[in-house]
Ligand binder design. Structure first.
Ligand SMILES: C[S@@+](CC[C@H](N)C(=O)[O-])C[C@H]1O[C@@H](n2cnc3c(N)ncnc32)[C@H](O)[C@@H]1O
Length: 247
């Protein structure tokens, strides 16, 4: 599939549906409510840190760090509509991060060897090439800079809940790009294996400090009737988080 076609399709989806995602996949949650920064504390003290968010969406994760006194905040997103929402949302709190409208895959004037932390909450999976975007992110980071990202766990994309049973309905090994209609609009995504992320990080020279696959204790301890998503989360991780360091 042509990368240009993928980027155009996904950009169009986000421009059309930005309002319905406002603040829904942002810190302190790592994309889903079952894994949170409150519990993980992967970022530590961000006071004074220079930070860039890839796929910053409506700006809620940028605000999370601004509220914690981050030094300088930058956000990048492919969707103009998302960035308009982010700017409006952040301005209300008198925060003015530098916002850039571009595919993460492109050279877009982000400075090299500049950031203490580059992070991404539920956006890296949209990348048309992990190798390309990880190399770019490494170039933006200072030496020893930190890269934290979360995305939908590939097992979540392979398993459905049917009558309280968890059923595999797709192969874990299938990494082909697929097209799906969401809210009446087309998106294109692949379901990449965990090893694909690990190997792309290693090939870029990142040192993995932590990988998180978990569901919070309160969900694991529910014994009464639960909704399908929580039932799934009791049995497999719905999202994953990597924390890596630029060597
Ligand atoms: C789930 S949202 C992330 C929301 C964000 N974490 C927040 O705090 O609001 C995913 C974002 O990735 C962006 N995106 C998708 N493909 C992209 C690409 N190729 N380059 C840059 N951004 C992209 C979308 O426009 C969308 O805003």
């Amino acid at each position: 599939m042509q990368n240009k076609n993928i980027l155009q399709t996904n950009k169009s989806y986000w421009n059309t549906n930005a309002d319905s995602w406002f603040g829904t996949t942002a810190l302190p949650q790592y994309g889903v409510k079952f894994v949170t920064e409150d519990e993980l504390n992967l970022f530590g003290d961000v006071a004074g840190k220079t930070m860039l968010e890839i796929g910053c969406g409506s700006g809620h994760s940028l605000k999370y760090h601004a509220d914690r006194n981050a030094g300088e905040l930058w956000g990048l997103d492919i969707s103009q509509k998302q960035l308009e929402n982010a700017e409006r949302f952040l301005t209300q709190s008198s925060y003015f991060p530098k916002l850039i409208c571009s595919p993460m895959e492109d050279e877009c004037g982000i400075p090299k060897d500049y950031f203490d932390i580059v992070y991404s909450i539920y956006a890296i999976g949209w990348a048309t090439s992990l190798e390309n975007i990880f190399h770019k992110i490494a170039s933006y980071l200072k030496k020893d800079g930190i890269f934290i990202f979360s995305w939908k766990h590939p097992l979540h994309g392979c398993v459905i809940v049917d009558e309280k049973q968890l059923i595999f309905n797709k192969s874990y090994f299938d990494e082909e790009w697929y097209t799906q209609i969401v809210d009446g609009t087309e998106i294109m995504l692949p379901n990449r294996k965990i090893s694909t992320y690990v190997n792309a990080l290693a090939d870029t020279g990142f040192i993995i400090e932590k990988m998180i696959e978990q569901t919070n204790d309160s969900t694991l301890q529910i014994t009464e009737e639960i909704d399908d998503k929580s039932r799934k989360a009791q049995n497999l991780p719905l999202s994953f988080v990597f924390k890596a360091r630029k060597a």
